[in-house]
Design a protein around this ligand. Structure first.
Ligand code: CDP
Length: 586
């Protein structure tokens, strides 16, 4: 690269890592030599990232920072665990690969060339640690005529298996396994096969799948009407289905296996900030980032667990949050230019819209510290206040960058340009990611999810078992003089204290886990964050094993009515092998 990277100052502080972070970073993030041994320590790793991203600053004479100063700021931002960029940035910044984004969407055209181009491009992206989303809606349906051969087409689902197999063979540069999102419009003639496709165990194990529901379809469900299935290549109506039957099937399959999820495509496109640049047809693998074909996006997450300030308004250190948001937006905007892209088309699209996705993690830990139950109106109010604040501050940071560096190239024709709002440096600024690995590194609860268990024990070497408990939970027990070894062992077995009558009532009310929280509250929380998020929100609505199909129907309908962009449900114990997104334990 042309931009010179500053070398580490001698007095750079050594980062303090939790034991799990050490394992994850050593195994997957530290750069390795040809012998497979790390060539850098934690300090060098975070400096590599900080310095590479800060070096971009030298291109802008109007920057208020010197590169050296900014590198120090970025270093302490990350190693204080207040903010972390998505995994590919941590892994690849300053390396030869240099691909820094986690999210990509690739078009799949209705031709053999188009399909296999996409397979190849996906392989290149997986190698660099990125995830890919595809809409298969343009592929002609199974049995349709193929002009060149006079034969018949095999349809989207059989081609998805090729993507799945290719993914299987590439172990993302030895760092993480590939992840895909597969989307099909509800009016595609093969929709029923698609909805049933994940039920055949293993065939699409590297895919999350989602059905793209349209406003018209939802109205047909409501009125119990039929709707048209349309051949994508000819526009001809190929059949009609009763909308409620399809919706029922969706619900049934989601009940059985968690897949497919649903995405409200019209709604996603209504919020498309750059409609002149194309139509959004898919999201990234975990669903939080809708993108145009060939677009990529880099994400970053602020750790709310460290921003609790009980004496401040609403218990949050707002001043510090504002500082962190501004610095993080600058970081993420620099990542766009510091990144290499696997294809020229991708680099071009990314630099035209300059989307970034700043979000949060550690929300459940924040609530614990403030003694606010996750499933309470107070928690929803706080969620809205925090996200509104981050949204506003990130837009102001992006406007500041636009002043220093110019707005994103498609600004004039974007919805912001037309509304005379901004100008901004970035077409989007906010996304709530799952933070599966980031939350392990930062040692906090993941994304906006409640904790899965308050304590658990894991096997370590020599058959020894090591107990791990949420620190805020242990602190609260100690303060209430309710802490004991027996109790902790019991909690490690059950995960939750909801049914332990000997635990003080206020502790049981505050320290709730994913399964103690009713599905409706999961969804309300998702909607609260979505209200002030440009892109989408990664959230799983957990259901107990005994949940019925009607329960899932209700959740889907509620998501539609509450303005969510999509929804993913997971019924406890319905699947032996989880695809991803529950966090990668070392
Ligand atoms: O915590 P980390 O940055 O590793 O990732 P995440 O927040 O759990 O996931 C964010 C995005 O990274 C996902 O939506 C995918 O686009 C991508 N990802 C992937 O490609 N492969 C994985 N194994 C995990 C995540």
């Amino acid at each position: 690269r042309v931009t010179p990277v500053p070398s580490a100052p001698a007095d750079l502080v050594e980062p303090r890592l939790n034991p799990n972070a050490e394992v994850v970073l050593t195994k997957r993030y530290l750069r390795k030599g040809p012998d497979g041994l790390p060539r850098e320590d934690y300090r060098q790793m975070f400096w590599r990232v900080a310095a590479t991203i800060a070096a971009e600053e030298s291109k802008y004479s109007s920057s208020p920072y010197s590169v050296a100063e900014l590198a120090q700021e970025f270093y302490s931002l990350m190693t204080s665990w207040r903010f972390l960029p998505n995994s590919p940035t941590l892994m690849n910044a300053g390396t030869e690969l240099g691909q820094l984004a986690a999210c990509f969407v690739l078009p799949v055209d209705d031709s053999i060339d188009g399909i296999f181009d996409a397979v190849k491009h996906a392989a290149m992206i997986h190698k660099s640690g990125g995830g890919t989303g595809f809409s298969f809606s343009r592929l002609r349906h199974e049995g349709a005529r193929v002009g060149s051969t006079g034969g018949v087409a095999s349809g989207p689902i059989s081609f998805m298996k090729i993507f799945n197999t290719a993914t299987e063979q590439i172990k993302q540069g030895g760092t993480r396994r590939g992840a895909n999102m597969g989307i099909l419009r509800v009016d595609h003639p093969d929709i029923v096969r698609f909805i049933e496709s994940k039920a055949r165990q293993g065939e699409l194990n590297n895919f999350n799948i989602s059905v793209a529901l349209t406003e018209g379809f939802m109205q047909a469900v409501e009125k119990d009407e039929e709707y048209d299935l349309v051949a994508p290549h000819s526009g001809k109506v190929k059949g009609r289905l009763r909308a409620r039957e399809v919706f029922n099937l969706l619900v049934q399959k989601a009940w059985e296996s968690g897949d497919p999820g649903i995405v409200f495509l019209d709604r996603v496109n209504r919020d498309n900030p750059t409609p002149d640049q194309g139509e959004i047809e898919s999201t990234n693998p975990c669903g939080e980032q809708p993108l145009l074909p060939y677009e990529a996006c880099n994400l970053g997450s602020i750790n709310l667990a460290l921003l609790a300030k009980p004496e401040a308004r609403d218990g949050v250190d707002w001043e510090e949050l504002a500082r962190v948001v501004h610095l993080s937006v600058r970081f993420l905007d620099n990542v766009i230019d510091a990144s290499n892209y696997p294809l020229p088309q991708i680099g071009e699209k990314v630099r035209t819209n300059r989307k970034i996705g700043l979000g949060v993690m550690g929300f459940a830990d924040l609530l614990f510290q403030l003694r606010v139950p996750y499933d309470s109106q107070e928690a929803l109010n706080l969620a809205e206040k925090i996200m509104k604040f981050i949204q506003t501050e990130s837009k102001s940071a992006s406007a500041q960058l636009a002043e220093e560096r110019g707005p994103f190239p498609a600004y004039e024709t974007s919805v912001y340009g037309k509304r005379n709002e901004g100008p901004y440096r970035n077409a989007t600024t906010t996304t709530i990611a799952p933070t599966g690995t980031l939350s392990i590194i930062a040692g906090c609860s993941s994304g906006i999810e409640p904790l899965f268990a308050l304590a658990f024990s894991r096997n370590v070497m020599d058959g020894e078992r090591l107990m791990e408990a949420n620190p805020y939970f242990e602190e609260a027990l100690k303060a209430a003089q309710a802490h004991s070894k027996t109790l902790m062992e019991d909690v490690a077995k059950k995960g939750s204290v909801a049914h332990m009558e000997h635990v003080p009532e206020d502790i049981r009310r505050v320290f709730v886990t994913a399964h103690d929280v009713a599905p409706q509250w999961h969804l309300k929380m998702q909607a609260a964050f979505q209200k002030y998020t440009d892109n989408a929100v990664s959230k799983t609505v957990n259901l107990p094993h005994e949940a019925t199909q009607q329960d899932i129907w209700n959740i889907y309908w509620m998501a539609y009515e509450m303005g969510c962009k999509g929804v993913t449900v997971y019924r406890d114990g319905c699947r032996a092998d989880q695809v991803l997104c529950t966090g990668e334990t070392p």
